[in-house]
Ligand binder design. Structure first.
Ligand SMILES: [Zn+2]
Length: 175
């Protein structure tokens, strides 16, 4: 699973090979099975528009259910190198004015648009009249706007802890 967290992309870029010194947040329990045991499971490279080079992301593995969890900066939706807000603006402009956002390639924006259309059509009859209300509905439901995935399209709170006293120690979302 992906854990959307507050990660400082610029700091990670500066640290470079010193990424192990980064104060990586550690989820207090497994988001899948709620086990309090999580082991470090190395790092993986991920690319973001904000950084010229690949950045490493910390991973954890749950020994109880076997799930591997990868941290991710909360502004970057799964499999997107661009911050979600750019996708949001692109779709909003397309819906309200019918054109693409300046400064971003048409191909990328068409890809986001097709992803949005794919999910919007599952909600209700997609027309120019219903597009904006569907867009708002998906946004409020914390959907990853622009994703084509029918499996990983939501970002949900980490979920209740096994013991209430650990509540709110890890303000991250899961997707
Ligand atoms: Zn687990």
């Amino acid at each position: 699973m992906i854990l959307y967290c507050d990660l400082d992309v610029k700091l990670l870029e500066e640290l470079g090979d010193g990424y192990m010194d980064y104060p990586w947040p550690r989820p207090p329990w497994c988001p899948r099975c709620k086990s309090p045991r999580l082991w470090g499971h190395g790092y993986v490279d991920r690319y973001f528009d904000e950084s010229k080079k690949a950045l490493v992301m910390r991973r954890y593995r749950c020994p109880d259910c076997g799930a591997v969890h990868t941290l991710r900066p909360r502004f970057y939706d799964r499999r997107f190198q661009v911050i979600w807000f750019t996708i949001f603006l692109s779709l909003l402009k397309k819906i309200t004015f019918g054109g693409w956002l300046a400064g971003w390639s048409r191909q990328r924006q068409q890809y986001w648009w097709r992803g949005f259309r794919k999910h919007a059509s599952r909600k209700q009859n997609f027309t120019p009249e219903t597009a904006l209300s569907i867009f708002v509905t998906l946004f409020e439901a914390e959907h990853l706007l622009g994703t084509h995935s029918l499996t990983y399209y939501e970002r949900t709170p980490l979920g209740g802890p096994p013991h209430r006293r650990f509540a709110a120690t890890f303000p991250c979302g899961v997707g």
